[in-house]
Design a protein around this ligand. Structure first.
Ligand SMILES: NC(=O)c1ccc[n+]([C@@H]2O[C@H](COP(=O)([O-])OP(=O)(O)OC[C@H]3O[C@@H](n4cnc5c(N)ncnc54)[C@H](OP(=O)(O)O)[C@@H]3O)[C@@H](O)[C@H]2O)c1
Length: 296
């Protein structure tokens, strides 16, 4: 039986955007003993190394931030994407159950087909359109099958941060290199500042609801508040950074990519806000914070 007490936390994928954001705020949560594991310490594509790692190291909670996130590349590497986003998640859930460990796993809006007309709720029908989305969905399903209790899945969208490669950093680079850019306007969603998601995760971990023993495993949706297209997002990045770059809206069909992306990615966050009493920042305010941190 999983007890409610959480003392030690393993963060996987600690060199990624969310992993680094959690590392940055960990100092504000000194009651917990954090272990931040990169791929070198815990390779999720290698089942034997996962088993060996957990034989040696025990935790009260795993926050799984590691994932195969190269959406286009996944179309030509489906087996590797499946290993990391599905098989490894199943194994993490098996081990978590075996060692009485809670599990917070991160998933994606790409589990949906993007044809909705109102923000997706957690129980809406799933129908991934890409290998990445399919493998992430299988990871969710395997986790819930292995761990009906003590796990939590957070689906998020359009993650950016001061770390790694992401849309904001790409736009900042391209906006300085070029006078004009074409950006897609027929895909809408909400950006998520990884720092805000990290704060939300730690608020959840510290909540009385999560501390209860053997809570039912649940899916939640989290992004920043508000709505925009990639076009609006890029315009706002340039406005806030005083970059003079002319942005023209184009359609998805004019920018073909190996993987299909959802046209509509809005996530309804009522459940996570209500259950954990969260207040979520508006995306433009969070973007300002991120740009300030980047130094733009
Ligand atoms: N980025 C988005 O727009 C977005 C949107 C929706 C949902 N999500 C989900 O949010 C979560 C966090 O995403 P993120 O943006 O922080 O991703 P990220 O920056 O790409 O980080 C992913 C992390 O996973 C690690 N990783 C990859 N393969 C691994 C392996 N075989 N073993 C161990 N670690 C491995 C990477 O390690 P290396 O640094 O060594 O490569 C990296 O640290 C993921 O579950 C992702 O699916 C992301």
């Amino acid at each position: 039986m999983v007890t409610g007490k959480i003392g030690t936390i393993l963060v996987t994928g600690s060199s990624g955007q969310l992993g680094q954001s959690l590392k940055m705020i960990a100092k504000d949560y000194s009651d917990y003993g954090f272990t931040f594991a990169q791929r070198e310490q815990l390779d999720l594509s290698n089942g034997k190394s996962i088993t060996a790692f957990f034989k040696q190291n025990k935790f009260d909670l795993i926050i799984n931030c590691a994932a195969y996130t190269a959406v286009d590349k996944a179309e030509s590497e489906p087996e590797l994407a499946d290993k990391i986003n599905h098989i490894a998640v199943k194994q993490l859930a098996e081990l978590a159950k075996q060692y009485n460990t809670k599990l917070i796993h991160i998933s994606t809006d790409y589990v949906f087909n993007g044809q909705n007309y109102k923000p997706y709720i957690e129980t809406d029908e799933v129908a991934p359109q890409s290998v990445y989305g399919e493998t992430k969905l299988k990871g969710e399903q395997a986790l819930l099958a292995e761990m009906p209790n003590s796990a939590l899945i957070i689906r998020t969208s359009w993650v950016y941060s001061e770390y790694g490669n992401n849309f904001v950093k790409t736009m900042l680079r391209l906006g300085k290199e070029r006078d004009a850019l074409n950006v897609i306007f027929d895909q809408i969603g909400t950006p998520t500042y990884a720092h805000d998601l990290a704060q939300a995760i730690m608020a959840i971990v510290s909540s009385d609801t999560f501390k209860q023993a053997n809570v039912n495993s649940e899916i939640y949706h989290y992004s920043n508040e508000g709505v925009c297209s990639w076009y609006d997002f890029s315009k706002t990045i340039f406005e806030l950074s005083n970059i003079n770059c002319d942005v023209s809206p184009i359609e998805t069909k004019d920018y073909p990519t190996p993987a299909m992306r959802p046209h509509y990615s809005l996530l309804n966050k009522a459940k996570i806000k209500h259950e954990f009493n969260l207040s979520i920042p508006y995306w433009k305010e969070s973007l300002k914070q991120c740009l300030k941190t980047i130094g733009e």
